[in-house]
Write a protein that binds this ligand. Structure first.
Ligand code: ZN
Ligand code: ZN
Length: 646
């Protein structure tokens, strides 16, 4: 019976594995290759084993479960406190948002997820099993790259929000903001896993790579989120002006979608670069593994391109959030499949066949690559846990006869487990106090620290002292020196800024687009549109809605005029959302007047910048947009066909 048997235990019933054709201990799964010993319909190919995840017994590989996908080391009973941990992150995010405490919300968004992952690493014995320098290295590289990346690209990204109305997304901008920046950021996020691997870590288990990769990626996103937040801190502890919906979308996007996607993709890449095939792997298996790895790499990059394009497409923020969450789910799913395949096909600990307690199903099973009872990979448990369980193996109680030929599920009746095994790190249960207590305590300290910093650096409301702080008196700017645009059919004409160091100009049949490249940057547009029986207000609202679907009106400009024709003017605010977005509030100003069925429109957009005695036109103004100072003279220079010359 024991010809070719891997495990030579005299009383152990064996059977031939249909996948690897070797006699293995009888059970539900092959302890050597993990295949189902009595395959059923719907199991799929042996190498896939789709109905039983290698780290989550009894769970389908495609089941979209966050805890078992992101916390592969933990047995089922230890995942529940982390489930509550995820709920705590969400509750804190929503709670701080409803209280309009952006500093506290950002603390949770940036650090809540990573903190929970650190607690998981402690429960997964990472601090015992992995060298401290390796973990520290991943964190430091991730943090450093995150800060450098945001510092380098922040201004470029913020500048890109000053989009012209109605222009659609220009091709170059689409490529740069929608593809190049997100892809570069993804590659940087994944760098720490690859670099840590070059340090020749002492172990080559894929779950070690998962932990390092996810940690590095989380450090990257945490640093990036905090660096983007920094300029927002002086705006105040409490966000009074921002609409609640935008804050909620931002909270969920930054605190849930971004860190989960980062952890999933970072962990996946880590597992891939740590993966070691067994010495005797067949060529077919190697080919499958290479093909799957390549497929995953392409998917990861495609996923980030989708997110990047969704961020620049000018979609309503709820749609944008929906796309981000769908992408997060996809990332978690490919992590889940990736870890499952890695655990099934990587090199395993040498099998001894001696009795071992399986921490997932609590059965005493022969010590092999897979648990013959529940099919979980032995390497899905931490090295500390395996060591502890191998040091105090279950002992045979001679009084109880072994059940001959017993297949499932009690593979080794008559064994008892030394009580010490349960007390040791081997099979303990993660306690609610340890997980939730640590998270809540640390999070409270971090959030309080950030709120404190925000309170310290908050700018006080500007106080004018008139005189002498009213600034210079308004001087009528001479517009005669400016070039003048006349529509091809002569329907209207308008002056526009001269091309130079401050502006780059493009003209079309409809009008002029001036990109302001100095100072705060921004875009100014002076153009026409058929009125189509709409009022100036309807035209302005439609234009804003199209380019900034979630903009909120700040105020309506009283007595607005375009080319001395009474019309409608509005100042609105928009807060861009997205993975690579900055926390820059954009200010939009639109003025429209209609005459002879032709609407003439003046528009400016740029970063919000509070006017005060040292910045702005001098006298108090609510415009708070640098370009607005310049826009006025061009608004007055509009003239329709047949207007008297001015
Ligand atoms: Zn087998
Ligand atoms: Zn088991």
């Amino acid at each position: 019976m024991s010809t070719g048997t891997l495990v030579d235990q005299p009383d152990m019933p064996t059977m031939a594995c249909p996948a690897c054709h070797i006699n293995v201990p009888a059970g539900i799964f092959c302890g050597r290759c993990g295949a189902h010993l009595t395959p059923e319909r719907g199991d799929g190919p042996y190498w896939l084993r789709i109905r039983n995840h290698a780290a989550a017994p009894g769970e389908h590989v495609l089941r979209p479960s966050l805890p078992s996908s992101l916390l592969p080391h933990l047995p089922q009973r230890s995942r529940t406190p982390f489930r509550f941990g995820l709920v705590a992150v969400l509750l804190a995010l929503v709670g701080f948002t409803l209280l309009k405490l952006p500093a506290a919300m950002i603390a949770v968004a940036a650090l809540g997820g990573p903190l929970l992952f650190l607690i998981y690493l402690r429960e997964a014995d990472a601090f015992r099993d992995l060298p401290a320098r390796l973990l520290l290295f991943a964190v430091v590289i991730g943090l450093g790259l995150g800060v450098v990346w945001v510092t380098l690209t922040g201004a470029a990204v913020a500048r890109s929000y000053g989009v012209p109305l109605e222009a659609g997304i220009a091709g170059t901008r689409l490529v740069r903001q929608g593809i190049v920046i997100p892809l570069a950021s993804t590659l940087l996020m994944l760098v720490s896993a690859a670099v840590a691997r070059l340090l020749r870590p002492p172990t080559r288990e894929s779950l070690d790579g998962f932990m390092i990769g996810a940690l590095g990626a989380l450090a990257f996103t945490a640093a990036a989120t905090l660096t983007r937040l920094a300029p927002q801190l002086p705006m105040g502890v409490v966000a009074r002006t921002r609409p609640l919906e935008g804050l909620l979308v931002e909270a969920v996007l930054r605190g849930v979608a971004v860190p989960l996607t980062a952890a999933a993709l970072g962990g996946l890449i880590g597992a891939a670069v740590w993966f070691t095939p067994p010495a005797i792997a067949s060529d077919q298996r190697r080919r499958i593994v290479s093909a799957v790895t390549a497929l995953f790499a392409v998917t990861v990059l495609a996923v980030y391109a989708v997110v990047g394009l969704a961020d620049v497409a000018g979609l309503p923020q709820l749609t944008q959030l929906g796309i981000h969450l769908a992408v997060t789910l996809l990332a978690v799913l490919i992590l889940r499949i990736g870890l499952h395949l890695a655990l099934l096909h990587e090199a395993h600990d040498p099998p001894t066949g001696e009795p071992l307690l399986c921490p997932r199903c609590d059965q005493v099973v022969p010590d092999m690559a897979f648990c013959p009872a529940c099919g979980v990979a032995t390497r899905a448990s931490s090295r500390s846990s395996r060591r502890a369980r191998r040091l105090s193996r279950p002992v045979r109680d001679e009084a109880v006869p072994a059940a001959p030929g017993s297949a499932v599920p009690d593979l080794r009746p008559g064994y008892s487990v030394p009580p010490g095994v349960y007390r040791a790190a081997a099979v303990h249960r993660a306690s609610y106090t340890r997980v939730l207590g640590t998270w809540c305590g640390s999070m409270a300290v971090l959030a309080a620290a950030l709120v404190g910093i925000a309170a310290l650096v908050t700018q006080l409301p500007v106080k004018y002292q008139c005189p002498p702080k009213c600034g210079r008196p308004p001087i009528g700017a001479t517009i005669s020196t400016n070039p003048r645009f006349t529509a091809p059919g002569g329907e209207f004409s308008v002056s526009y800024p001269a091309e130079g160091s401050a502006y780059t100009i493009t003209t079309t049949a409809q009008g002029v687009t001036a990109r302001y490249v100095a100072g705060d940057t921004g875009t100014m547009q002076l153009f026409s549109q058929p009125a189509g029986n709409r009022t100036p207000q309807e035209i302005a609202t439609a234009l804003i809605k199209k380019s900034f679907p979630d903009a909120r009106t700040a105020y309506v400009i009283p007595n607005a005029m375009v080319g001395y024709q009474p019309g409608y003017g509005e100042v609105a605010d928009s807060w861009p959302q997205g993975t690579n977005s900055s926390y820059v509030q954009m200010r939009i100003m639109v003025l429209v007047a209609v005459k002879d069925e032709l609407a003439l429109i003046a528009y400016a957009v740029g970063p919000y910048h509070q006017f005060g005695p040292t910045f702005g036109p001098g006298p108090p103004s609510g415009a708070n947009l640098e370009l607005a100072q310049d826009l006025g003279k061009y608004v007055n220079s509009f003239s329709w066909r047949g207007d008297p010359p001015r």
